[in-house]
Design a protein. Structure first.
Length: 583
């Protein structure tokens, strides 16, 4: 087997295999690379030794059986027998479902999650979006402090278990998307610096020195990250990747890293003959993120739309603190703007930021499918002080808009039945000083926002993770079963009616009136009452009610009387007579 490693500053590189040391020689074709062809098979443990130092895991390790600090292990990806032929499943028409393997089931493993795939298939979602699965310290964590970007967290089951999960998901016609983190590596277990300039002090991020995308040595660092992304898509048969916080990828080069990555992924898609896609998380509100490369953009296929979340959240909860302030001040009219223009902050003033923010999309040229819409995510729940979710009452109205919007919808695990379990921030660091610092920092952060430090869960306490595990007895209880059927019905209607799927933003009309919102999409009208009192919503033509929660009643006008927190989806009986509803 050929062992290769980039270590440009090393004078000598050795590899430790089964307690035997072997010398690597310089690669004559690549500056800074070392190589050796040695006998090794699947499962062989090894580590690199630089200039007589301590054994270090391979930066491109495919498996870390003993965690981030242990030896690496060889993985023969070609030896895995896939059972489901998979042509791929693109983003068009998708309904995504974000889940965290460690809390999706009490066991917190890929194999346990497989047992719950029938639930997702019956729900009607099309893709599972996995939160990060790279190795991180301990057993439990969100995954955003991962290291070893080519490997799978061993407590989840390691590489083979992940392949079984993906294969099983494909057997249910579910695509799989993986959340990957290129903007930083965890503070613990990160062994990249001794190998080379993977980080640079030219730029700084909330996590410290930035990943080196534009300083000397950045060619190899970019290739390292792109190679990791392609390996996930190829070796694990994934359908797409979600890229964490791309606004933190500081790159001053003429060819931006994200453009280079999207080019490589499109090339792999062509070579494999199946669709592949990239979804960005970005808070820049910059249309260039998803604009094609030919038109001067970065060429990513979609991005999360936090503006939609914030506008929807303030409408259903009334919260107005922090970054919700701008959206709360606008009320349902702000939500109407997002539905028709994509962004709320499109170059407009942001009181939270104290400056103008964003850039406008062209509604006539923008498919809403390039933006992901959601009522809840791991961030928007887990980064609340106690990890509290939206209640079932509020989720009914929110789901009506998420699942009929022109955007690509995404749900967060358990949302579909109104899970009462919180989803809290938890870690499992073995370093006592680091663990204590994280706990103190978390509590101080929320104390500044009016929370008592005693109310903020200790991230290191095992109970914090345990509270965050889904309770799979809940979906069978009447109060949860009713909401679950609401979600299933909305997803089924979206799938059956192209007019309710993603589409051009300029074909959407939305009108706010008081605490109500009326959205027009083709012959369909989506009505939502955000208030705690009944509301009459006028119509310009007779309509039939397709779905409603709670039940609504007709009113003179024509109009519909919506109960408190109610939502309904209607179809116009005589579309020609409703010509003014889009005005």
């Amino acid at each position: 087997m050929l062992f290769e490693v980039w270590a440009p500053d090393a004078q000598q590189v050795e590899i430790l295999i089964d307690d035997r040391t072997h010398r690597l020689g310089p690669d004559p074709s690549r500056t800074g690379w070392w190589r050796a062809d040695l006998p090794a098979g699947d499962g062989t443990r090894y580590a690199y030794v630089l200039d007589g130092g301590p054994p270090l895991p391979d930066p491109r390790s495919r498996r870390q059986p003993d965690g981030p600090d242990g030896a690496s292990a060889v993985v023969d990806h070609d030896a895995h027998a896939w059972s489901v032929p998979w042509p791929g499943r693109g983003l068009s028409g998708a309904v995504l479902y974000e889940l965290h393997i460690g809390t999706f089931t009490p066991e917190g493993t890929f194999d346990a999650a497989i047992e719950r795939l029938p639930h997702l298939a019956r729900l009607g979602v099309t893709h599972i979006e996995l939160m990060p699965v790279c190795p991180f310290p301990g057993t439990n964590g969100w995954g955003y402090e991962g290291v070893s970007l080519w490997s799978v967290h061993e407590p989840y089951g390691g590489p083979e278990a992940m392949k079984r999960f993906v294969d099983a998901a494909h057997g249910h016609c579910l695509g799989v998307v993986l959340d990957v983190v290129h903007n930083h590596l965890g503070p613990s277990g990160n062994h990249l610096p001794p190998f080379g300039p993977y980080f640079t002090d030219r730029h700084h991020t909330p996590w410290g020195d930035a990943v080196n995308l534009d300083a000397p040595g950045s060619d190899e660092v970019r290739e390292f990250l792109i190679g990791s992304a392609l390996a996930w898509l190829r070796d694990y048969r994934l359908d797409g990747l979600r890229l964490d916080a791309v606004h933190a990828l500081v790159d001053t080069r003429a060819l931006h890293f994200l453009e280079e990555l999207s080019t490589a992924v499109d090339g792999l898609s062509a070579a494999l003959g199946r669709p592949l896609f990239l979804i960005a998380e970005s808070d820049l509100n910059d249309p260039r993120t998803t604009t094609s490369r030919e038109a001067g953009g970065l060429g990513l296929h979609a991005q999360w739309n936090d503006d939609f979340h914030h506008a929807l959240h303030t409408a259903v909860t009334g919260e107005a603190q922090g970054y919700y302030a701008d959206f709360a001040a606008a009320g349902p009219a702000g939500l109407a703007k997002v539905l028709t223009h994509g962004f709320f902050h499109d170059g407009s003033w942001s009181s939270f930021r104290g400056r103008h923010h964003g850039r406008p999309l062209d509604p006539a040229a923008t498919s809403g499918g390039r933006l992901l819409g959601y009522a809840q995510t791991h961030d928007q729940i887990g980064n609340r002080a106690t990890g509290d979710r939206l209640t079932a009452e509020r989720l009914g109205a929110a789901a009506a808009l998420v699942l009929t919007a022109p955007f690509t919808p995404m749900l967060f695990m358990g949302e579909e039945w109104g899970a009462t379990t919180p989803w809290q921030f938890f870690t499992d660091h073995g370093d006592p000083e680091l663990a204590a610092a994280i706990t103190r920092g978390r509590r101080r952060e929320f104390a500044q926002h009016g929370w008592s430090e005693d109310e903020v869960p200790d991230p290191q306490a095992p109970a914090t993770r345990n509270r965050s595990v889904l309770d799979w007895a809940e979906p069978d209880k009447p109060e949860h079963r009713e909401l679950l059927e609401w979600y299933r019905s909305l997803i089924a209607l979206r799938r059956a009616e192209p007019a309710l799927a993603e589409g051009p933003l300029d074909e959407v009309a939305a009108t706010a009136g008081g605490r109500t919102l009326r959205v027009a999409r083709g012959p369909f009208r989506i009505l939502v009452n955000f208030s705690d009192t009944p509301a009459r919503v006028p119509l310009n033509a007779p309509c039939e009610v397709l779905l409603a929660r709670p039940a609504c009643t007709p009113a003179p006008g024509p109009a519909v009387q919506l109960p408190p927190r109610g939502a309904a989806v209607l179809r116009v009986r005589d579309e020609g007579g409703d010509a003014t509803v889009n005005g």
